[in-house]
Design a protein around this ligand. Structure first.
Ligand code: THU
Length: 130
């Protein structure tokens, strides 16, 4: 399941700009209409200005007018892939644009784990959707 999405995340990871941490992350976001937007982490010498791969993919999609999302695959690691879970800020951005049944697929070269957004961000601050 989600093999194509994971492969697109791996491909996007090749473009990661991570000279400070050397931890490269790729993400691939599947829209409900079947389109896929990818993203990588983009670091900055002023570390707080770094953008994670997940938010890069979501912001690319939203900036193209996409608002209906089904799933995201995430891969990350230095020399070798290790299961990489999205940071709190990315979970919050997911909750802005995705339903609680949005699927988050973490993968390395061997394993694959699937979670729902509501599992990774329970009891989220959510004034709009309730
Ligand atoms: N990073 C991501 O892009 N996504 C994650 O899920 C975790 C962390 C990035 C931020 C930074 O460029 C590097 O990984 C190390 O924290």
């Amino acid at each position: 399941m989600y093999t194509e999405l994971i492969n697109k995340a791996k491909k996007a990871r090749e473009n990661a700009y991570a000279p400070y941490s050397e931890f490269k992350v790729g993400a691939a976001l599947l829209c409900k209409d079947g389109k896929i937007y990818t993203g990588c982490n983009i670091e900055n010498i002023s570390y707080g200005a770094t953008n994670c791969a997940e938010r890069t993919a979501i912001f690319k999609a939203v900036s193209e007018g996409e608002y209906e999302f089904e799933a995201m695959a995430i891969v990350g690691g230095k020399d070798k892939l290790e299961l990489t879970s999205p940071c709190g800020m990315c979970r919050q951005v997911m909750s802005e644009f995705c339903d609680s049944d949005f699927k988050i697929i973490l993968a390395d070269d061997v394993n694959q784990k699937e979670y729902l957004l509501e599992e990774l961000l329970p009891l989220s601050f959510d004034n709009i959707k309730n």
